[in-house]
Design a protein around this ligand. Structure first.
Ligand code: FMN
Length: 188
């Protein structure tokens, strides 16, 4: 697939087929995705891949976290179950972690590089027929979630990528043409 087509046709995918994503392929794609520009070559990232039975860890934590939002015990149970099932329907989670530098400039630049890496991965996956959505839900900073995934102090979860073979590809959301956003300066 041409890069232009890949960029324009990639979509964030929320519904997946009940089909395993090969972990070797994901590892290979991540190994390519890390080839991003990275000021001072800090390479601050690492990845936690959760799949198979491992998903129960995230699903149970989400059940508890979401259940707390509802006062009514019956509604709380219902909502918790809904989120548990929603998480169990995701074939694979790739949680992208970034070591947070105490220096704000480094931290911002590292976030930029890590975002490039995530998009690289997203495009590489799309090329293989695999879809994902970059999720940034509050669960990422939940203590139970951090503990379950072995996230260390000083590490920030930048995104939880829900990965799988698409069941449904959402329609494109239109973009403002860049031509409308360009300021050209060509004289003194
Ligand atoms: C930093 C970041 C955080 C995001 N967090 C979420 C999220 O929490 N939940 C979600 O459904 N989509 C999330 N998205 C995906 C966007 O909603 C999605 O990219 C946007 O709607 C455009 O759709 P497209 O990716 O299909 O073009 C996030 C994207 C980025 C870049």
């Amino acid at each position: 697939m041409q890069l232009t087509q890949l960029l324009k046709e990639r979509r964030s995918v929320h519904r997946f087929q009940d089909r395993e994503v090969p972990i070797e392929l994901v590892t290979e794609l991540l190994d390519t995705a890390v080839w991003v520009p990275n000021h001072k070559m800090t390479q601050p990232w690492r990845f936690v891949i959760v799949h198979g039975e491992g998903r129960k860890r995230i699903a149970e934590i989400s059940r508890t976290a979401v259940g707390k939002r509802e006062r009514d015990p019956e509604k709380s149970k219902e909502l918790g179950q809904k989120f548990h099932d929603k998480f169990m329907a995701v074939p694979m989670f790739v949680v992208v972690l970034m070591k947070e530098s105490p220096a704000i400039t480094v931290r911002e630049e590292d976030y930029a590089s890590t975002s490039c890496l995530i998009h690289n991965f997203s495009l590489l996956a799309w090329e293989q027929g695999i879809g994902l959505v970059w999720e940034s839900y509050p669960l990422l900073s939940d203590n139970a979630f951090r503990t379950a995934l072995g996230i260390q102090p000083g590490e920030r979860a930048i995104g939880s990528l829900h990965v799988g073979y698409p069941e449904q590809i959402p329609a494109a959301q239109p973009r403002i043409p860049a031509a409308e956003l360009i300021t050209i300066i060509e004289s003194t």
